[in-house]
Ligand binder design. Structure first.
Ligand SMILES: NC(=O)c1ccc[n+]([C@@H]2O[C@H](COP(=O)([O-])OP(=O)(O)OC[C@H]3O[C@@H](n4cnc5c(N)ncnc54)[C@H](O)[C@@H]3O)[C@@H](O)[C@H]2O)c1
Length: 339
């Protein structure tokens, strides 16, 4: 089988490619990524050595490039990770979020229709459901929870989900969607909470926490998310949405304190900063459907996953230091510029 993975030079996409190379070495993997600021080809260095792996630099909104690639590869499955993903950036500049997250998804689905792709899988987020109140720990997002996005990022992801379901209904496109809670693990860009705090704590810089740090996120180790996507795209029912989450709720402040303890750094590094506008209070997923239908359960407890993640950032200082120095964007040029 040929699996086309978009956004594979980003955090979850890269982890997913390694997951597939490990678990399904019989399949061919084609990674498409535009290498925006969030894409880092260095994350795929090891994958590049595999014979069944191909990297293509292309924008998912570039209809010609995408159709040409489909013509060449005729993928059996397409998994769409490519997206603008940082909520703060969507507050600054919403346009590119609508472009990539909605119109890029449309371009991919049009190509799937044309080339008879057997499954289009959309990697979505629990943020499309909006947020839950902090004083109702009994409430969780189910697949029936109405879409109620709060930020331009989540609205663009919600728009994409609606379009995916519309393509299924109108054109009979075989689709599936996973809506996952917050991920953490190796290769996450150091603007996101956990790697930001790890990298700053390691260099004794202040750790900026929004508001009072009480916002709650439902953290899932990235490999557990990869396992869920793999199951759904291969065995999940067509036209269905599956929520993915591990009942691992933590306030942002708890997460930051865990990181400081693990690195043996003082809590005095924490500085509270002005809250993000429209900041969602609590996300919490009910993953009962994917468990019941496909037997998925998370394998990594938070305490174990966070230790593994901190270890990875300690062992791969070069990876994130290069990002912070802005050098990583020269990497593609160095690797491929003269070929
Ligand atoms: N990180 C999370 O906690 C989380 C949770 C649930 C769902 N998701 C979803 O998972 C997907 C991946 O998230 P991530 O955290 O790995 O994101 P990321 O920002 O780390 O990576 C996104 C990747 O997409 C690429 N990209 C962006 N625009 C593109 C375009 N127009 N064409 C081709 N490639 C493009 C970037 O270069 C980058 O490699 C996203 O769709 C996101 O909404 C993320």
């Amino acid at each position: 089988m040929t699996i086309l993975v978009t956004g594979g030079a980003g955090f979850i996409g890269a982890n997913f490619l390694y997951w597939e190379l490990r678990e399904h070495p019989e399949d061919r993997l084609v990674c498409v990524d535009a290498l925006t600021y969030a894409g880092n080809l260095r994350s795929l260095e090891k994958a590049m050595k595999a014979e069944n792996f191909r990297f293509v630099k292309a924008d998912i909104c570039d209809r010609k490039a995408i159709f040409d690639l489909f013509e060449e590869e005729k993928p059996d499955i397409v998994v769409n990770f490519a997206a603008e993903t940082h909520v703060d950036r969507s507050v600054e500049n919403p346009g590119v979020f609508l472009q990539t997250n909605i119109l890029g998804t449309q371009t991919l689905m049009d190509a799937c229709r044309r080339y008879g792709t057997k499954r289009f899988h959309q990697v979505a987020t629990d943020e499309v459901y909006g947020d839950l109140p902090l004083d109702r720990p009994d409430l969780f997002f189910t697949e029936e929870t109405p879409i109620h996005a709060s930020s331009p990022y989540s609205a663009s992801k919600a728009g994409a989900d609606l379009l995916v379901m519309a393509y299924a209904r109108t054109f009979g496109l075989p689709v599936s969607i996973t809506r996952c809670s917050n991920n953490y693990g190796p290769y996450q860009f150091p603007e996101k909470l956990i790697p930001l705090m790890i990298s700053r704590a390691m260099s004794d810089q202040p750790l900026p926490v929004y508001g009072t740090g009480e916002n709650v996120r439902d953290w899932l180790y990235v490999d557990d998310h990869c396992a869920a996507i793999d199951l759904v795209m291969r065995k999940g029912r067509e036209g269905e949405v599956y929520n993915v989450g591990g009942h691992n709720e933590r306030t942002n402040l708890e997460v930051v304190k865990t990181i400081l303890r693990a690195l043996d750094k003082p809590e005095s590094l924490i500085t509270f900063v002005k809250d993000r506008p429209g900041h969602d209070r609590r996300y919490a997923i009910d993953p009962e459907k994917i468990h019941r239908e496909l037997g998925w359960l998370p394998q990594t407890a938070f305490d174990q996953g966070i230790q593994a993640t901190i270890r990875w950032y300690l062992d791969n200082k070069g990876w994130w230091e290069e990002i912070l120095a802005g050098d990583y964007q020269q990497y593609y040029q160095r690797m491929y510029g003269n070929r």
